[in-house]
Design a binder for this molecule. Sequence first.
Ligand code: C2E
Ligand code: CA
Ligand code: CA
Ligand code: CA
Length: 279
Amino acid sequence: AKSQGRNNFCFYSAALEGGVSERLRLEVELRHALERQEFILYYQPLVEVRGHRVIGLEALLRWQHPQRGLIGPSEFIPVLEETKLIVPVGEWIMHEACRFLVALSKDFGRSLRLAVNVSAEQIRHPGFARSVERALLASGLPASVLELELTETLLMDHTATVHESLAALKQLGVAISVDDFGTGYSSLAYLKRFPVSALKIDRSFITDVAGGSDDRAIAGAIIAMARSLGLGVVAEGVESESQARFLRRWPELIVQGYFFAPPLPPAEARIRWAGLWTY
Ligand code: C2E
Ligand code: CA
Ligand code: CA
Ligand code: CA
């Protein structure tokens, strides 16, 4: 399981760890959550390391449970994946996020990038690229501002469906970035095979970046490699002033983290960032 940082919603941990009846209850509740409109997307800004201009938003799923309150994705996404419910939920996520971005861009007269997380189970589903296309058409969001965040593990998947999905996405003009970069496979061969446009350095390498540890060397190496391959780089999990200050030595860097802003629900996201664009 992924560590969740400050977003600790632990209600369902016991269910995920094996309690059969708890797990079953979670599954049943998740089957109804979509139709009952209990899912909500939060948005966290991606900002330029220098000047702190907002250049995009990452959509992050939450479950507004009627009794238990707000539940974070680490608590239930594994179950959505196992049950393949992630396919319909993922379609809702894509439609909802695209619609939100279009509304935001219209209101404030500037276009932002939209980053959406995609599970392996979604890409392995043959209709995935078409469902992305439908969301783009329905919302009017240009494909060029959409960026799908995939994990390294998925990019190492050699099955035909995955290849076809990625090729179709490229055809659509959608960008692909590698999430949690550095935590998955050590082979970088997929960077040549797939049309990746950016790397997101996992926050585990950002934590001590200002402390002069190995993290500094690792972050520096990833950024140097991305530069030479012509890829963008995002540093995620930036929590402190000293980390942000240190990262400014790479002017092309995009940063994201609690230091700049937490993920916020749509109404607040709109008020806080859309009119302002910088910090
Ligand atoms: P991720 O894609 O790596 O997302 C970054 C996570 O780090 C988010 O947790 C975010 O709230 C959190 N975060 C942001 N800034 C900071 C910071 O400064 N410090 C720390 N410690 N954490 C920070 P969240 O929202 O709980 O999401 C967890 C994971 O769930 C995501 O990791 C992603 O893998 C998955 N996920 C979230 N939304 C979706 C979705 O819509 N679809 C799919 N398939 N997966 C999603
Ligand atoms: Ca992500
Ligand atoms: Ca990540
Ligand atoms: Ca992560």
